[in-house]
Write a protein that binds this ligand. Structure first.
Ligand code: 9D3
Length: 249
């Protein structure tokens, strides 16, 4: 899979692409990247990429020419232009489902702004999708682009070890994870739950399922709406939410 990243701050990607699982995916030839400073595609002698907004007001707006020229140059040999994704606070909220969808493409082009807004014609005539990574304000689209790449790259077959497919499955159960423990069985007086030391695998599975349900109910009740629940799960949730004054214990 190939990623083209268009940014004014290409150096921000060095640590990310040079570390850990990303580096391994690149070294294995599973992923290729071109991180391009779109200032190189500016059409004027001062290499300008932004300008003041028509109609007045503060801030600067990214000009259309550099980004159009950059995308057109990068895709000049492609019979079909790959999806162009704009990282934007006004974008559709990013989800695991979107990551899975994007992982099916063999090439993606990511546009990153930094403070500035984009001239609307970039949205209207160059971009296929606008993506936000959540309701908080960052200084640019570079970190969101790295978040997107990380989430997509780990889904590419061969990038992670064997745990990967099982892990994807557990996300699709739609519940938060149950608590985990390792040795020692007692640390500073805090004991690991006895059931986990019991060797009764059916009981352990039941305990973990209930803990996952309890945690999801407490922290992310919205997830329960779409989770796949058995009749036993529903009974357990009823027990946790009723007859105790509404407390979820
Ligand atoms: C208030 C008007 N704009 C400033 C000129 C808003 C603004 C634009 C760009 C605020 C922040 C940014 C930089 N952020 C992103 O480019 C961004 C982002 C984010 O801030 N949060 C979550 N997802 C994303 S994706 C891109």
């Amino acid at each position: 899979m190939h990623f083209d990243v268009l940014t004014l701050f290409p150096e921000m990607f060095e640590g990310f692409l040079g570390s850990s699982i990303m580096k391994r995916a690149i070294d294995q030839g599973l992923v290729t990247t071109s991180v391009v400073n779109f200032r190189e595609y500016s059409t004027n002698k001062h290499r300008t990429v932004d300008d003041t907004p028509y109609g007045g007001g503060g801030g600067m707006v990214l000009k259309p020419e550099p980004l159009f020229r950059a995308v057109e140059d990068l895709t000049k040999d492609e019979p079909v232009r790959p999806p162009v994704l704009m990282m934007s606070p006004q974008g559709t909220p990013y989800t695991q489902k979107k990551a899975e969808e994007l992982a099916r493409h063999d090439r993606l082009i990511l546009l990153c702004g930094h403070y500035e807004g984009f001239d609307e014609r970039i949205r209207e005539h160059l971009v296929d999708e606008e993506i936000s990574i959540g309701d908080f304000v960052l200084t640019g689209g570079e970190l969101p682009a790295m978040v997107l790449m990380d989430s997509v790259i780990r889904l590419i077959p061969g990038v992670l070890g064997n745990e990967s497919s099982a892990e994807t499955d557990s996300f699709t159960t739609g519940l938060l994870e149950y608590p985990q423990y390792t040795r020692p069985a007692e640390f500073r007086g805090w004991r690991v739950p006895d059931v986990l030391l019991s060797g009764h695998h059916a009981e352990i599975d039941r305990w973990r399922r209930r803990q996952a349900l309890k945690r999801t109910l407490e922290r992310r009740p919205d997830l329960l709406e779409s989770a796949e629940l058995t009749e036993e799960d529903r009974a357990w949730i009823r027990e946790m939410t009723q007859g105790n004054g509404g407390r979820k214990d």
